[in-house]
Design a protein around this ligand. Structure first.
Ligand code: MTE
Ligand code: MO
Length: 187
């Protein structure tokens, strides 16, 4: 029998629950830029076309929300984090990544989790372009961490030596957020 692996304290659900802290201001691909900055040797601002020319991966992964629900086997396609790391060359001592979203959402995650092979800057979900409510046009997907680290409407990645907290992390959610260690809150 196939055993579905569920982290402690989670229950399976069929579909994603959409969470948004704020409405999304207008955004078009013509003016889209992904800003890669902070403690890196080569800061970059990538247009949508430049992003399309980077390597691609497909990742199949379960999705675990800190509220206690998980969705099995989502298929994301996009640019692997490894390609971004290769491009910008983080300085030695970089420990954190702060993801910035178009509407102002932010989330911090350890660089070591960002660098995992299943971390992807996704532009498609289950074979179709990212639906608007799930982060169109670009979403950071970090399957190894709770879903609040998977920033929708991604517009920048900031590489840091020191911790800078994101939206939920400032409100008490865990700076790491590993579902297998049940790191939900830090206070
Ligand atoms: N930009 C942005 N990304 C976000 C959020 C948000 O409010 N804004 N919520 C997070 C949380 S708490 C969860 S559980 C997931 C939900 O993903 P979904 O809205 O695609 O279902 O998105 C995460 N990424
Ligand atoms: Mo969440």
């Amino acid at each position: 029998m196939l055993e579905k692996k569920l982290p402690p304290g989670q229950v399976w659900r069929e579909d994603l629950v959409v969470y948004d802290i704020a409405p999304l201001p207008p955004l078009d691909l013509e003016n889209f830029r992904l800003r890669l900055f902070g403690r890196v040797r080569s800061p970059r601002e990538l247009s949508w076309e430049e992003l399309q020319r980077l390597p691609r991966v497909q990742v199949r992964a379960d999705f675990h929300c800190v509220e206690g629900w998980s969705v099995e086997g989502l298929v994301w396609e996009g640019v692997p984090a490894s390609a971004i790391i290769y491009l910008v060359q983080p300085e030695p001592g970089v420990q954190w990544v702060l993801a910035h979203s178009h509407e102002g959402y932010t989330t911090n995650l350890p660089f070591s989790y960002f660098a995992r092979p299943d971390t992807v800057l996704a532009f498609s979900l289950n074979g179709a372009p990212l639906p608007p409510q799930h982060g169109w046009p670009l979403r950071l997907v970090v399957p190894s961490l709770y879903a609040y680290k998977s920033a929708k409407y991604l517009v920048a990645l900031e590489f840091l030596r020191e911790l800078k907290r994101g939206y939920w992390e400032e409100r008490g959610y865990h700076d790491v957020g590993d579902p297998w260690r049940e790191e939900r809150r830090w206070r």
